[in-house]
Write a protein that binds this ligand. Structure first.
Ligand code: AMP
Length: 493
């Protein structure tokens, strides 16, 4: 997952991009970068850091020009190194080019193999570089033509910005996996992954780019093109609404906050609980917890507070760091929890380690019962389109029932929203315009379905090797018995 931002026609292009990236920081925290264009030359600055640390006033002053693109990254394809930080920036026979990409190209490896056989040398291991090689090799007469030729060859998810000395081009893949919005700031055009970036710089939201749309902006104005064949179905990422996007954004035409609250209301209907209060796992669980409280009539309170000085722990690539991070990030409010039966609402369970720590934390702070409610269905399948989900072996719901997961996380009860309920909450009851493959295994692209088949084959082979019908349980951290609360011991027995 990453965030992209672009601007055309503003004196303060670099500064505004810097601000836009701040608003998109939740989409990636490993690296940040800006490329600007000024009088026929591109300027670039990238760093492995949060936006606030990646650019000093001097760095920004060295990024002149009235157009810019920017990027915040966390790695889904390719390692976490500066060489993979974006915007990628190259010189080729067509001129200079900056590229900022959000999403994963599912056929990147096949294209990379083919390009390397034909002599291409890759500088990074990010899938986005494939786009640059395809553009450089295209024989199309215009840059716009080269971009379209390249996009016709790639499959998967992309919301991507290209900046040259003369043009800014924005494109969204035909499935529309990742968001991308167009805005206006006085005379300037602005592009951003989420509308919250437009709000910060006081730009007006014009519209979302349509799936498969390519927008070309230059000194003659803006033109919109639909050169890519339409797929059988759309694949807007439902997990953006569940977790990833900021609640103050308007995403895929709907308010993220309203959708999350509706998920909570639906969850309360589907998974009621006898409890004294509803609390959220902040920040992502807050709107759904409010919705749950409203629909159930159980009062909402703040039972967990979050430290805002640590990043999103899940994003840290190493498991050991993430485990430590849960304690760093969340603290219980004893005065609220003591002696209470608590419903705790979170957006998702991936490996189960976060929930397990939270349940323990709530009990240790005096909660008498902990009922865990999740505003998305069980996460059973990896994402190939840009969300950082681990392999199926690590997804606890891929191999465990809800009852087993409840036992593992030591909750008194566990309830997930249904897929139908989630589809209704995002306003797509038929589930036809969203990708919900992480919950359903129904991947909207052929390559996604192929990868699913391969992973199922591997699982079957592993079962044969183990001589059992059971899929091996996910690797779980051993629990020191001394810190287990009584109820948890009972649940485990
Ligand atoms: P886990 O401990 O693996 O079950 O992680 C679950 C927690 O991670 C939940 O509280 C989610 O809010 C968060 N989460 C789920 N998916 C992602 C993701 N792709 N990136 C970052 N955080 C996530």
């Amino acid at each position: 997952m990453c965030g992209v931002f672009g601007i055309w026609g503003h004196e303060e292009a670099a500064n505004l991009t810097y601000l836009g990236l701040h608003a998109l920081q939740h989409r990636g925290q490993e690296s940040a970068g800006i490329v600007t264009s000024h009088q026929g030359t591109l300027y670039s600055h990238r760093q492995m850091a949060l936006v606030a640390d990646a650019f000093s006033a001097e760095d920004l002053a060295k990024l002149p020009g009235t157009s810019a693109i920017g990027h915040v990254r966390y790695s889904t394809a390719g390692g976490s190194y500066l060489k993979n930080a974006q915007p990628l920036f190259v010189s080729y026979q067509g001129g200079q080019l900056g590229v900022a990409h959000n999403g994963n190209l599912v056929n990147a490896q096949a294209l990379k193999d083919e390009l390397e056989q034909n002599g291409a040398i890759f500088q990074s291991d990010s899938d986005s570089e494939v786009l640059i090689h395809l553009i450089a090799r295209s024989k199309a007469p215009s840059f716009h033509g080269r971009v379209v030729e390249a996009l016709k060859r790639v499959e998967g998810a992309y919301s991507v910005l290209f900046l040259t000395q003369k043009q800014l081009i924005a494109a969204r893949d035909p499935h529309g996996f990742r968001p991308l919005v167009l805005g206006r700031l006085r005379g300037a055009w602005v592009l951003a992954s989420e509308s919250c970036a437009l709000d910060l710089i006081e730009a007006e939201l014009v519209r979302e780019l349509e799936p498969g749309e390519v927008v070309v902006i230059d000194d003659t104005g803006l033109s919109s093109h639909k050169p890519l064949p339409a797929p059988k179905r759309l694949g807007r990422c439902i997990f953006e609404h569940v977790y990833f996007a900021r609640p103050d954004s308007v995403l895929f035409g709907t308010s993220v906050y309203e959708v999350r609250k509706q998920m909570g209301r639906q969850l309360a209907k589907e998974q009621p609980a006898q409890a004294d209060l509803v609390i959220a796992v902040p920040d992502s669980g807050v709107p759904a917890a409010i919705g749950y409280s409203q629909a159930s009539g159980i009062p909402y309170d703040v039972g967990l507070v979050r430290s805002h000085y640590v990043g999103r722990t899940f994003i840290e690539p190493q498991q050991s760091i993430r485990h430590f991070g849960v304690k760093l990030k969340l603290s219980p409010v004893r005065q609220v929890l003591r002696g209470k039966r608590v419903v705790v609402v979170d957006d998702s369970i991936v490996r189960g380690t976060t929930s397990r720590k939270i349940v323990k934390m709530l009990r240790a702070a005096g909660a008498t019962e902990v009922h865990l409610r999740i505003s998305s269905p069980p996460t059973k399948w990896p994402c190939y389109y840009g969300i950082d989900t681990p392999s199926r072996q690590e997804l606890i719901a891929a191999s465990h029932s809800t009852e087993e997961i409840a036992r593992y996380v030591t909750a008194d009860s566990l309830g997930y929203i249904s897929l139908e309920g989630l589809n209704a909450a995002v306003g797509d009851p038929s589930g036809e315009t969203y990708c919900n493959a992480c919950f359903s295994g129904d991947y909207p692209t052929g390559i996604g379905m192929e990868r699913k088949a391969e992973s199922l084959q591997r699982e079957t082979a592993a079962k044969v090797v183990n001589g059992t019908n059971e899929v091996a349980p996910p690797a779980v951290e051993p629990e020191p018995p001394a810190v287990l609360p009584l109820t948890a011991k009972r649940a485990q027995a």
